[in-house]
Design a protein around this ligand. Structure first.
Ligand code: CA2
Length: 149
């Protein structure tokens, strides 16, 4: 099994740290990438960290992960609340999935309370900012070590 985890970020997350700091903080996506890849390395994994604004590209990455990744960490951004295509791809992939959100989606508008990603996820982390990605890497490392034994 590949030793890499695919970390997928959806639309507008490239803007992190540049706008709406009251919701998303001042941490940039590059900062999140650095923290995520460092934690993956510490747990003996490689993190393939990506962002796209294109739903179809996100679906293709999830499909490719079947051959190239041991597990998927995903913040699907606004597609979380709309995309049956991403749910179908995650369920078809057959790899462990952890869903992450920077903000606490349950403290926000009601349209953010439903996630199409969650039915495919082993676990969901939200509201902890960039630390959620680091915690997700730890949880994924534990999940993968259990799969191997
Ligand atoms: O809290 C999260 O991580 C979200 O996935 C972020 C999405 C939002 O649609 C979800 O409901 C919750 C939005 C990502 C956009 O990120 C921005 C960051 C800075 C400035 C503008 C947008």
């Amino acid at each position: 099994m590949p030793n890499a985890i695919l970390v997928i970020n959806g639309p507008n997350l490239n803007l992190l740290g540049t706008r709406e700091p009251e919701i998303y903080g001042r941490t940039t996506l590059d900062d999140v990438k650095a923290a995520t890849t460092a934690q993956a390395k510490a747990r003996g994994l490689a993190a393939d960290f990506r962002q796209s604004n294109d739903e179809g590209e996100l679906v293709e990455w999830i499909q490719d992960a079947r051959a190239s990744a041991a597990g998927i960490i995903i913040n699907a951004g606004a597609y979380t609340h709309t995309s049956v295509a991403i749910l179908d791809a995650l369920q078809a992939c057959g790899k462990p999935v952890i869903e992450v959100h920077l903000s606490n989606i349950y403290k926000r508008e009601s349209f953010r309370h439903h996630s199409y990603v969650s039915p495919a996820a082993t676990g969901v982390i939200c509201g902890l900012g960039a630390q959620g990605y680091v915690l997700a890497v730890d949880a994924m490392a534990d999940l993968l070590s259990k799969v191997k034994t």
